[in-house]
Design a protein around this ligand. Structure first.
Ligand code: ATP
Length: 356
């Protein structure tokens, strides 16, 4: 079993004012593909580097396969790592690049050859085994880096933005290849990215990080459809979730959005008299000329081929709305954060809920 258990990991860099990771706890099951997702500087790479043994935590514990490795040197953790830069040796042919780690570990030449052929086959590199990296495309070079990592039979595969140097089209095809490959070999994987589409498409689970902490961890669909807070709701999705502030009227019948009101769905009846933040996905807004909804003014109309994007002015706020067919109304799904008044007079979200 190669489950990874992180327990309250704290890391502050010398001279740093804030914690790069702030008591982060996370359990990655054996064979699971866990994505660490978040904006630049939220601590994803620091977390990965602590698992790899390239950074030492100030506090906390790292357990891999039941073994406490918190202070163990990197080469004794049985991990493989793939970095953003392809990190292949330019003066070695593809076959020698892939087999490098095995040879360093004294694996017999015959076994090295078999493993190199196996990995090359999986990553469609067989025709290139005799080439030097300079004669490969970026995508092929990154496949060499991945092949070199998987031949090592590591307990855990760590990947830090491995697709970010590839162009958009290559990224798309390599993403699918990577997913298939990791499924096939079933290795426990920790994968860092700031690309939410990549995270949702690859992860068995996604841990969304913010300012050194995990804001939410769950399966991709759950994190997308039921975000724990406004940060997660706003970070996932393109165009991002729309946010509106309002209050359920004292009679519990309507939500007042500052001049305009909406009928209150049954799920929100208990919220009477309370302030709310409404989080509405662009694809969840229906357009209905006769309905009892918000009056919006369409400001920009962008046909995108498979869908249409509308920029609207709604309750004084600019909102995005994505529809497949502009005229087809459907019930809206919203995420709602109930707010209580803070002493400063503003509102603070207290819990989330959703309705259909
Ligand atoms: P990115 O997506 O931009 O790589 P990240 O989420 O991986 O960001 P980290 O690289 O882990 O974030 O950085 C977390 C915080 O720690 C940031 O504030 C960063 O400036 C700081 N930091 C990272 N490495 C160092 C270092 N070697 N010395 C000092 N501060 C560092």
């Amino acid at each position: 079993m190669a489950e990874v258990v992180l327990h309250e990991l704290v890391k502050t860099y010398p001279g740093g004012t804030a914690r790069a990771t702030d008591e982060v706890s996370l359990e990655v099951a054996d064979g699971e593909f866990m994505v660490l997702l978040g904006p630049s500087g939220c601590g994803k790479t620091t977390l990965l580097r602590m698992v790899a043994g390239l950074e030492t935590p100030d506090a906390g514990q790292i357990v891999i396969g039941g073994r406490d490795v918190t202070y163990l040197e990197p080469r004794r953790r049985n991990l493989s790592m793939v970095f953003q830069s392809y990190a292949v040796f330019p003066n070695k042919k593809v076959a020698d690049n892939i087999g490098f780690g095995l040879r360093v570990h004294g694996v017999p030449a015959d076994e090295v050859r078999k493993k190199v052929e196996w990995a090359a086959e999986l990553l469609q590199l067989t025709p290139y085994l005799d080439r030097y990296p300079a004669k490969l495309s970026g995508g092929q070079r990154q496949r060499v880096a991945v092949a070199r990592a998987i031949v090592m039979d590591a307990d855990v595969l760590l990947m830090d933005e491995p697709l970010s140097n590839l162009d958009a089209l290559l990224r798309l095809s390599f993403r699918a290849e990577l997913k298939k490959l990791v499924n096939e070999i079933g290795v426990t994987t920790l994968y860092v990215t700031h690309d939410q589409v990549e995270a949702l498409s690859l992860g068995d689970r996604v841990a969304v990080m913010r300012e050194g902490r995990i804001a939410q961890c769950g399966d991709p669909v759950a994190v997308y459809t039921d975000p724990a807070d406004e940060f997660v709701g706003g970070f996932l999705g393109s165009p991002p979730m729309n946010f509106l502030t309002g209050a359920v009227t004292e009679d519990g019948e309507r939500i007042d959005l500052g001049g305009q009101t909406l009928p209150v769905p049954r799920a929100l009846e208990s919220f009477r008299g309370r302030h709310l933040r409404l989080g509405i996905r662009p694809e969840s807004i229906s357009l209905d000329l006769d309905g009892d909804g918000l009056r919006c003014e369409v400001q920009v109309f962008e046909p995108l081929g498979s869908s249409t994007l509308l920029t609207t002015s709604c309750a004084g706020r600019c909102s995005k709305c994505r529809r497949r067919r502009v005229s087809a109304p459907s019930p809206a799904r919203c995420c709602v954060w109930a707010c209580r008044r803070s002493s400063a007079g503003g509102t603070t979200p207290t819990r989330s809920s959703a309705w259909r």
